[in-house]
Design a protein around this ligand. Structure first.
Ligand SMILES: Cc1cc2nc3c(=O)[nH]c(=O)nc-3n(C[C@H](O)[C@H](O)[C@H](O)COP(=O)(O)O)c2cc1C
Length: 198
């Protein structure tokens, strides 16, 4: 059986964003594992307008070409890690918009979060957990939270990989993500087999 695929979605698009640090760090931590495959998916490569479709993707196909490409990309994955910047105590608008542009591609798949900010992005992550539930996902309990003091050190040249508590926290999160990814993949495959047989 091929390994389940996890997308690391980079959830902010500013030119000098911090997001690349957590994305590259969690990718390296993931690549050291043998149970999952990881790929970075950058929202910069999916410049969708603020949601302006006539209907929700729950009710009909999206007309926007980038949105169609985004949905097809999400379909490739069995689980997700989101980098979660906190803008005004909430997730970034661009990440919320990206959530709005898909429905079935998120459903019955796990979501994990690497938050960062004044309180480690905790408020953004809590919002994202609610959004993920509405998208039909299974947000997992353990997240990584990178606090401001750590961000300052990283902007000064320190590597996230050199911080022991983050290495431990990242591994714990990926262990949990792996459990949910495998469990939900079995359940989705069963659903698919039943639908084909019907
Ligand atoms: C519009 C905006 C709002 C912000 N609001 C918050 C906030 O509410 N809480 C917080 O901890 N940091 C806040 N910040 C600081 C961000 O945590 C910090 O800029 C971080 O690097 C943003 O992620 P990014 O660089 O990947 O875009 C805000 C930054 C921006 C640009």
């Amino acid at each position: 059986m091929s390994k389940p695929k996890i997308a690391i979605v980079i959830g902010s698009v500013r030119p000098n964003r911090f997001a690349d640090h957590p994305a590259q760090w969690i990718k390296a931590l993931g690549d050291a594992r043998s149970d999952l495959d990881f790929e970075i998916v950058d929202l910069k490569d999916y410049p969708m307008p603020l949601f302006d479709e006539e209907v929700s993707p729950a009710w009909g196909p999206s007309k926007n070409e980038v949105a169609q490409r985004w949905q097809a990309k999400l379909d490739e994955f069995d689980g997700f890690v989101f980098t979660a910047a906190e803008y005004n105590h909430a997730p970034t608008g661009v990440l919320k918009n990206a959530f709005d542009y898909a429905v079935k591609e998120w459903a019955n798949k796990p979501a994990a979060f690497v938050g960062y900010g004044g309180v480690g992005g905790a408020r953004a992550v809590e919002h994202l957990r609610l959004i993920a539930v509405e998208a039909g996902m299974a947000p997992i309990k353990t997240a990584v939270h990178i606090q401001w003091a750590v961000m300052v050190e990283v902007n000064g040249g320190k590597k996230l990989a050199d911080i022991d508590f983050l290495q431990d926290g990242g591994k714990a999160m990926l262990d949990q993500l792996s459990w949910w990814t495998h469990a939900l993949k079995i359940a989705r495959d069963k659903d698919e087999a039943q639908a084909k047989a019907a």
